[in-house]
Ligand binder design. Structure first.
Ligand SMILES: Nc1ncnc2c1ncn2[C@@H]1O[C@H](COP(=O)(O)OP(=O)(O)OP(=O)(O)O)[C@@H](O)[C@H]1O
Ligand SMILES: [Mg+2]
Length: 211
């Protein structure tokens, strides 16, 4: 198990990555679906003004099994976390916008775990390095998960080596491959317990076992 924070109670997981289009919303939503299917009570806070998670939830309807609430400003995010943390939810996932800004800072400060989804390209790795470096000097547990990856890709080994040697973050054992079912999942209720989504269930299990 690569991620292990036995001493920590995790309630708030902020999905953060300064690079755009890396899979933050997909990770927040499919991990939430997987945690829900493992009988956890989950809330998603959409801190991105683009409202991708809200749109996904609106399109999907009630079958999703968890609520997505908009928190468009750093103030509303802080208020929502104060209100819902330790409430009826086992996990609150915060989907954040790309870049570094006040709302991402609050999401990072308030998180019990920061989850950083990244691809394996040199451009992805550079931005991931910068994202991880921004946590140097803080106590927040940070875990990286490789997403949208072709497992035959040689860059995968390089990325894994680079991330394993980074002493600020853990690297999830679970790797999320590129799948058309994952790409098409946005706006639907994913059939999360079926084969095309099995890695999302594995990631949910890895995370819950790490705490
Ligand atoms: N494992 C995957 N397999 C196939 N497609 C994927 C996978 N992960 C993400 N994608 C696709 O990549 C695109 C970007 O994903 P997503 O919107 O989750 O990224 P993001 O980091 O939230 O973007 P933004 O920074 O704009 O908020 C989407 O079209 C999504 O469907
Ligand atoms: Mg997004």
């Amino acid at each position: 198990m690569a991620i292990c924070y036995a001493e920590t109670m995790v309630n708030v997981i902020s999905v953060i990555q300064t690079k755009g289009g890396t899979g933050k919303t997909t990770t927040a939503m499919l991990l939430s679906s997987a945690l829900t299917s493992l009988s956890h009570r989950v809330l998603v806070l959409d801190a991105d003004k683009q409202r991708s998670a809200i749109d996904w939830s609106d399109d999907a309807g009630e079958g999703l099994g968890f609520e997505v609430k908009p928190v468009p400003t750093d103030r509303t995010l802080e208020t929502a976390l104060r209100r819902f943390r330790g409430d009826d939810y086992d996990f609150i996932l915060v989907d954040t916008p790309p870049g570094s800004n006040a709302i991402v800072e609050i999401a990072a400060q308030e998180a019990d775990l920061v989850l950083v989804p990244t691809g394996v390209s040199p451009l992805d790795m550079k931005r991931t390095q910068a994202t991880l470096d921004s946590f140097i000097g803080t106590e927040t547990p940070v875990a990286v998960v490789l997403v949208n990856v072709d497992k035959r890709e040689k860059l995968l080994d390089l990325a894994q080596a680079q991330l394993t040697s980074h002493n600020r973050a853990a690297l999830a054992d679970t790797i999320i491959p590129t799948r058309s079912m994952t790409r098409r999942a946005g706006s639907t209720v994913p059939r999360i317990e079926t084969k095309p989504f099995r890695e999302w269930m594995e990631l949910a299990e890895e995370l819950t076992q790490a705490f």
